[in-house]
Design a protein around this ligand. Structure first.
Ligand SMILES: [Zn+2]
Length: 271
């Protein structure tokens, strides 16, 4: 299974240097997986419609998170540049439906959407506090939704969904709770090891990896606490991820949706 690592959006949050130190911008790290007869997209970043009609992202998001609106960064553009047709993308998995993760859904209207049931329910009926994170307009094309409970066999100590409809067993949905109501990670068994896309379960590689002297900027944890659905659970998830990475002896590799250096690591490994 070939996995492409795509950069599908740049976010330049206000106060970025205080939040992120030297790396004051977030990427939107998506994966494109080649199966024998189709493509699977993991995460969608910002989409064509968000860029053509930025109003749908809302004033608050545009003012505070300040997305760079670049058509050439969309998953759609990446898919075409790799020589594929958008209709080859038959399945999309998302870690959650925050607006910077769901924007590209409408660029692949025929694709099935796979996610945890709690997340889909939150997006359908958000609580007053959840309302600012979701944009129903991003899925008003009514994709075929496949929702899952995390009730399968454990994955490095985390609950996971049973086999995903129509997808090979190497691709799995793992519950990584806390950031949003039904937040998940997407695990890809690459044979010699497993890649776990952790979405927004963490934002900086030093939050989970041990072989680094880098330290996340102080404001980053505060930022994550403010946007977390359940902050205590979010912290516990991060601690358990750290332990899972340590205990895996190099067989478990993680990436956040937003850490630029992890995206560069993957590009470097492929070069
Ligand atoms: Zn995010």
């Amino acid at each position: 299974m070939r996995v492409h690592h795509l950069d599908c959006g740049t976010l330049c949050p206000r106060g970025g240097r205080a939040l992120l130190g030297e790396e004051s911008e977030f990427v939107c790290h998506c994966l494109l997986i080649e199966l024998p007869h189709s493509l699977v997209l993991v995460e969608t970043g910002l989409g064509t419609s968000d860029i053509e009609e930025p109003r749908r992202l809302g004033m608050l998001f545009r003012g505070l998170v300040r997305p760079r609106l670049a058509l050439e960064q969309t998953a759609l553009t990446h898919v075409c540049a790799l020589g594929f047709s958008p209709s080859d993308v038959r399945d999309v998995l998302v870690t959650h439906l925050d607006l910077d993760h769901a924007g590209g859904l409408s660029d692949f209207p025929e694709a099935r959407l796979h996610l945890l049931r709690d997340e889909w329910q939150a997006a359908q009926k958000p609580s007053p506090r959840e309302r600012s994170r979701y944009r129903a307009v991003q899925w008003e094309h009514a994709p075929e939704v496949h929702e899952y409970e995390a009730e399968g066999e454990a994955f490095h100590g985390f609950a996971r969904a049973r086999e995903l409809d129509g997808l090979p067993p190497e691709i799995q949905l793992v519950s990584l709770p806390g950031h949003s109501r039904g937040h998940a990670g997407v695990a890809i068994d690459e044979g010699e090891g497993t890649l776990l896309h952790c979405g927004d379960a963490y934002f900086h590689h030093a939050e989970v990896s041990l072989d680094t002297h880098a330290r996340p900027a102080r404001g980053l944890d505060l930022f994550q606490s403010v946007v977390a659905h359940d902050n205590a659970v979010r912290r516990e998830t991060q601690a358990r991820l750290r332990e899972a990475v340590r205990a895996s002896d190099g067989r478990l590799r993680t990436t956040s949706a937003h850490d630029r250096s992890e995206l560069a690591r993957e590009h470097g490994a492929q070069a």
